[in-house]
Design a protein around this ligand. Structure first.
Ligand code: F6P
Length: 322
């Protein structure tokens, strides 16, 4: 079946670069002769039939903006078998030959549920967490890293001036990719990831004391949010070492901001690949970045794939903070 009309939605947590992906889906879709419908607020909008036809100018001047012009949601109604059936029926009402889903792992599970109801879906990975097994990279990761890097640079200025230990909690859900990359980029004295069991003495206190004995005067400890208990960890550092310790939970500021070049380019290339796959008659795929190339993977297969923290990066982070 050749594609005449597609829908595009953003779902789950927003990520910088989603707008660049929407723009490229719309422009490359129209270039290939498709009608493109923008679906508002993710699966919530699909359920309600809240969608509108987009044209080349609907996506002007959006690439530099963070967030998503289509808005996003974590839909409770869609998360039921009945909700998925209703959403699939609405796709039929609007005669959508395919839906492009821009989002993370949860959004792709939703897309797979729709695929099982007969809707043709294609996923574009976008989440600041970079935690999708099927792809080396997810849109938004680089911008979030740069935001965290800027924040920690600033925290370091004050930590140095007061000879403090700064505990910084970063996002990432159950994954430690943001934490680990920023530990290397900011020279953190300790970094605690959800993927690895930790021991406060060995993994935090000893590195801090060791660094102090080797002449350091301030310390950065990065905790990935999935570890939990950031405030308690900071309290323990203070009470065991006697070093003045502050805690900063960076929170949602990590999700905003103008996307970096890395994210704009990845979003544009992944979206163009998505419409190329649709034009070629591919069904139910996830776009992935693998070894600097963009490929499509069957959605069922993609959702079985796992990703693991690179142990050598953990060692490197420790070595360079000595
Ligand atoms: O998945 C992106 C993310 O920002 C995670 O890092 C974080 O755990 C979660 O979303 C927060 O979700 P919400 O914005 O719904 O609080």
């Amino acid at each position: 079946m050749s594609i005449k009309r597609i829908g595009v939605l953003t779902s789950g947590g927003d990520a910088p670069g989603m707008n660049a992906a929407i723009r490229a889906v719309v422009r490359s879709g129209i270039y290939r002769g498709f009608q493109v419908y923008g679906i508002k607020k993710g699966y919530e909008g699909l359920l309600k039939g809240d969608m509108f036809e987009m044209n080349l100018r609907s996506v002007s001047d959006i690439m530099s903006r963070g967030g998503t012009i289509l808005q996003t949601a974590r839909s409770k109604d869609f998360a039921t078998p009945e909700g998925v059936k209703r959403a699939a029926r609405m796709a039929e009402v609007f005669q959508l030959d395919a839906i492009v889903v821009i989002g993370g792992d949860g959004s792709f599970r939703g897309a797979r549920a729709l695929a099982r109801e007969g809707v043709n879906v294609i996923g574009i990975p976008a989440t600041i967490d970079n935690d999708i097994g099927s792809t080396d990279y997810t849109i938004g990761f680089d911008t979030a890293l740069n935001t965290v890097k800027d924040a920690i640079d600033k925290i370091k200025d004050t930590a140095y001036s007061h000879e403090r230990c700064s505990v910084v909690e970063v996002m990432g859900r159950d994954a430690g990719y943001i934490a680990l990359h920023c530990a290397i980029a900011d020279g953190a004295e300790a970094c605690i990831l959800p993927e690895k069991k930790f021991d406060i003495d060995k993994d935090i206190i000893q590195p801090i004391i060791g660094c102090r004995n080797r002449g350091k005067h301030h310390y950065i400890v990065i905790i990935a949010e999935g570890v939990g208990g950031t405030m308690e960890i900071a309290d323990q550092i203070k009470s065991i070492t006697g070093i003045s310790t502050t805690t900063t939970i960076l929170g949602h500021l990590q999700r905003g901001g103008s996307p970096t070049v890395r994210d704009r380019v990845a979003a544009s290339l992944m979206a163009v690949k998505a419409t190329e796959c649709l034009e070629a008659g591919e069904r139910n795929k996830i776009i992935a970045e693998k070894n600097d190339r963009y490929i499509s993977i069957d959605i069922e297969e993609a959702l079985e794939m796992e990703k693991h923290i690179d142990e050598s990066m953990i060692e490197t982070s420790k070595m360079l903070s000595l």
